[in-house]
Design a protein around this ligand. Structure first.
Ligand SMILES: Cc1cc2nc3c(=O)[nH]c(=O)nc-3n(C[C@H](O)[C@H](O)[C@H](O)COP(=O)(O)OP(=O)(O)OC[C@H]3O[C@@H](n4cnc5c(N)ncnc54)[C@H](O)[C@@H]3O)c2cc1C
Length: 328
């Protein structure tokens, strides 16, 4: 099979993962209009989970499972990828107790019993889980260099229309522009869900396990210990797209500390205040090929709060769509 040029718009986790997979058999060029560490992907906390995507969508389950397997291999082997395993509890105060549709995917999952929940007053159900934790400060540079090793080329360039990218009938364009697909392809169903969180200093008494308190009355709360620091959050703000950190820090630390004795005893130093926009698409992640007047576009955007967790599975579907679109 002859190698074809494939242009990818977007150098976040979606674009890079697709570039890595497509470069096995094609010449890949990634166009990106921001630096790698300024993308939304760089801001992800990032735990493998199914959030702000439809847990009843069979494709979501397939993508998340495929990605989990890739991440487990990385957690087991290559330290430089920044993937480790973390255990934690996810607690809920609303809705009826139910086993999530994806419960069989992670290596360890257990619904909390009534006895377990006594430790978390105010919550009504929850689960214990082991999942990959992806440190994006390490993971994105690792992924970028894996792409470079496969010959992927990168060019800093702002694309104003898909038409400008096509250079001939045989090229295929992959659209991994994240939330910016709103402007690029006019998809007004995409909306930002802003997230704010703190990265704080870790000391030897910091816990090893994470705690998510998803519907705390003061707002979604979590404490995620990473290798070098701890993420404390957060917020879930629909339709808000400004990038200032405006959350009440003390309240955020107090909420996240409700079931974390470490945070009740210590006031850790804040290293960074983080703000990002999750590319939420109520109609679901858009992965499809579209035939335009200029050529074929394979879309891959709208991953909500799970873009990292779905990345390898989505890239695999993108590869299949690109192969199907190429002239045989
Ligand atoms: C606070 C927060 C916490 C999160 N936590 C998690 C988590 O724990 N687990 C998880 O799986 N996910 C998490 N996410 C979600 C995850 O970050 C996103 O789903 C994911 O990063 C989307 O990746 P992407 O590559 O599609 O988009 P982006 O990372 O936004 O990348 C888009 C790329 O397209 C480029 N681009 C856009 N428009 C153009 C254009 N016109 N021309 C050229 N280039 C263009 C940009 O420069 C960029 O390179 C979190 C998000 C936030 C905000």
């Amino acid at each position: 099979v002859s190698r074809t040029r494939v242009v990818i718009i977007g150098g976040g986790v979606s674009g890079l993962t697709c570039a890595h997979e497509l470069a096995a058999s094609h010449d890949v060029l990634v166009l990106h209009d921001s630096e790698l560490m300024e993308t939304t992907s760089a801001i992800a906390t990032a735990i493998w989970h199914v959030y702000l995507v439809d847990p009843n969508d069979l494709s979501v389950l397939r993508w998340s499972e495929a990605t989990l397997h890739r991440l487990l291999v990385l957690a087991d082997g290559d330290n430089s990828a920044g993937v480790t395993m973390v255990e934690g509890v996810e607690l809920f105060r609303a809705g009826s107790s139910h086993e999530p549709t994806w419960a069989s995917i992670p290596p360890m999952f257990r619904m909390l019993t009534a006895k377990d929940l006594e430790r978390y007053p105010g919550t009504s159900w929850g689960y214990e889980i082991a999942a990959p934790l992806i440190d994006m400060d390490l993971y994105l540079p690792w992924l970028e260099s894996a792409c470079l090793n496969r010959g992927v080329q990168f060019e800093r360039h702002h694309v104003t229309s898909l038409g400008e990218v096509f250079d001939g009938k045989d090229s295929v364009v992959v659209n991994c522009s994240g939330l910016a697909a709103r402007e690029l392809v006019g998809d007004t169903t995409l909306q930002p869900v802003r997230g704010q969180y703190l990265i704080v200093e870790k000391d030897e008494s910091a816990p090893a396990n994470y705690v998510g308190d998803d519907d705390h009355p003061g707002g979604m709360s979590f404490m995620i210990p990473r290798v070098n620091d701890v993420c404390i959050g957060g917020t879930e703000e629909y339709g808000v797209s400004t990038m200032e950190f405006v959350a009440d820090e003390d309240d955020m630390l107090k909420r996240a500390g409700e079931f974390v004795p470490w945070l009740q005893k210590t006031k850790p130093r804040v290293i960074r205040r983080v703000v990002g926009l999750r590319p939420y698409r109520p109609e679901g992640v858009r992965i499809e090929a579209e035939r335009t007047d200029d050529g074929i576009v394979v879309h891959n955007y709208g991953h909500g709060g799970s873009g990292v967790s779905l990345s390898w599975g989505c890239a695999s579907d993108v590869v299949n769509l690109v192969e199907a679109a190429l002239p045989s």
